[in-house]
Write a protein that binds this ligand. Structure first.
Ligand SMILES: [Zn+2]
Ligand SMILES: [Zn+2]
Length: 451
């Protein structure tokens, strides 16, 4: 586009519409580099005024129309003053810009509000998003259609960029598109809250051991009140007062001042099972954290002092760590079990078990104890190795190394024929798993499922 074409287009637009500098300039966004749309719009208006003044001096009365337009629809102060100087009447009425309704003049204020909201947050980078009502976007689209304008950016882009510039100037922090620490959402047309801030979550990975049985892995809400608190749960809202998740979460939330946390673990253990040995991998996701620099050593110390849960190998991670730890459900697991038999057990029978359950494929239908929350389907999992040791006449201890997702209690008792073959079946005795501990979760073999 040539300058003269741009000027004629701007003149036509202003003759028919009230447009602020930003909204006019935005329609010429390909014109000139290093200019804001506001500067671009103002320059066009000033150029039109200079051109009109020259023409007026040449005696062309029509040029005065342009000066009037610039004063009324362009809101150009210099145009108003020109008219006054010429002794012409100035219409005082000033209506707002037809596209942005003059809200683009509030970017500085929006930026300042954002900086205030950002006060409690620790962050290096940010990104601004905007909620712009459909009516505003439609007015702009329609206007563009009228003048066959296909270039330029939309009003949303202008709001987010300009507010971003204000925040960057006031805080010295940088705009980051891919993975910002915090997201500022502006709602310039809202009558209530115009600025909201939310920090992106932080992720920490590690491994945990559960030293005691009797606490669930995940927060377990009271079934009666669903967490609100009632007589049945003694107003705690919980079926169990604590969980691995809550013990681990607590110091993280205290340090980050986050809203809440999600706990992702590589498989889960029953409430009565322990996790010992090298422990189970997990990732904790802290939502809307105010602090992002953590003292992980102090957090680990605090968790470990619970005497119930221990963590190790804590380190900052990205969100891809969640998918990775979920995949760990399928990893090879080693369990320590204690089994009780209805009849005495001989050493020979234990050797028989070890021999039989070497690289043995096991078919399992969903155990009856979890049928209420899981679909009834068959899984085939492999037991790699069993090592058994008698501890009393009717009891033996064994380590079971198997594919992740195998139900170990059912491997022992057979679950009334739903797990085949089982230890009960092989020995022709009634066996029961009376304690179960996770010793190891390792990565080398891959299958699918949970404990
Ligand atoms: Zn405007
Ligand atoms: Zn309750």
């Amino acid at each position: 586009m040539r300058l003269s074409e741009a000027l004629r287009l701007a003149e036509r637009m202003l003759a028919e519409h009230r447009l602020c500098d930003s909204c006019l300039g935005r329609q010429f966004a390909t014109l000139g580099y290093g200019l804001s749309n506001r500067e671009r719009g103002e320059s066009l208006k000033v150029t039109l005024l200079l051109e009109a003044c020259l023409k007026a001096e040449e005696g062309r009365r029509k040029a005065l129309e342009t000066v009037r337009t610039l004063a009324a629809n362009g809101g150009l102060k210099a145009a108003e003053q020109t008219l006054e100087k010429l002794g012409l009447k100035v219409e005082a009425e000033r209506k707002p810009c037809e596209i942005c309704e003059d809200r683009l003049s509030e970017v500085e204020e929006l930026g300042r509000m954002a900086v205030e909201e950002l006060e409690p947050y620790e962050y290096e980078s940010f990104l601004v998003g905007a909620r712009i009502p459909a009516r505003i976007v439609e007015v702009e689209d329609e206007l563009r259609g009228c003048y066959s304008i296909s270039w330029g950016e939309n009003i949303k882009g202008e709001f987010t960029r300009e507010v971003g510039k204000v925040i960057a100037r006031l805080t010295g922090k940088r705009v980051e598109f891919k993975n910002p620490d915090v997201i500022v959402t502006i709602s310039p047309y809202s009558s209530q809250r115009k600025v909201a801030v939310k920090a992106n979550p932080i992720f920490v990975e590690g491994r945990y051991r559960k030293l005691v049985s009797g606490i669930p892995q995940a927060r377990w809400l009271c079934g009666k009140c669903r967490g609100k608190g009632c007589k049945a749960c003694n107003w705690t809202g919980r079926k169990y007062p604590e969980s691995v998740q809550e013990i681990i979460e607590k110091p993280f939330l205290a340090q980050t001042l986050g809203d809440e946390a999600d706990f992702h673990a590589g498989g889960r253990e029953d409430i009565d099972a322990k996790v010992l040995g090298t422990g189970r991998p997990f990732v904790i996701e802290i939502k809307n954290p105010r602090r992002r620099t953590l003292d992980l050593r102090k957090i680990a110390e605090e968790i470990n002092s619970s005497g119930k849960v221990e963590v190790e190998g804590l380190k900052m991670a990205g969100k891809e760590a969640v998918a990775k730890v979920k995949a760990a459900e399928a990893y090879t697991k080693t369990y320590q079990i204690l089994v009780e038999s209805d009849k005495p057990i001989t050493l020979r029978e234990l050797r028989k078990l070890e021999e039989f359950f070497t690289e043995r494929r096991i078919s399992q239908w969903t155990p009856r104890r979890v049928l209420h929350r899981r679909a009834d389907r068959e899984r085939v999992k492999t037991v790699y190795k069993v090592e058994a040791k008698r501890v009393s006449r009717k009891r033996f201890e064994a380590s079971v190394k198997c594919q992740g997702g195998l139900y170990v209690k059912e491997l022992v008792d057979g679950d009334e024929g739903r797990t085949k073959p089982s230890m009960s079946e092989v020995l022709g005795k009634k066996l029961k798993c009376i304690s179960l501990t996770v010793l190891k979760v390792e990565e080398e073999r891959v299958g699918g499922g949970h404990d």
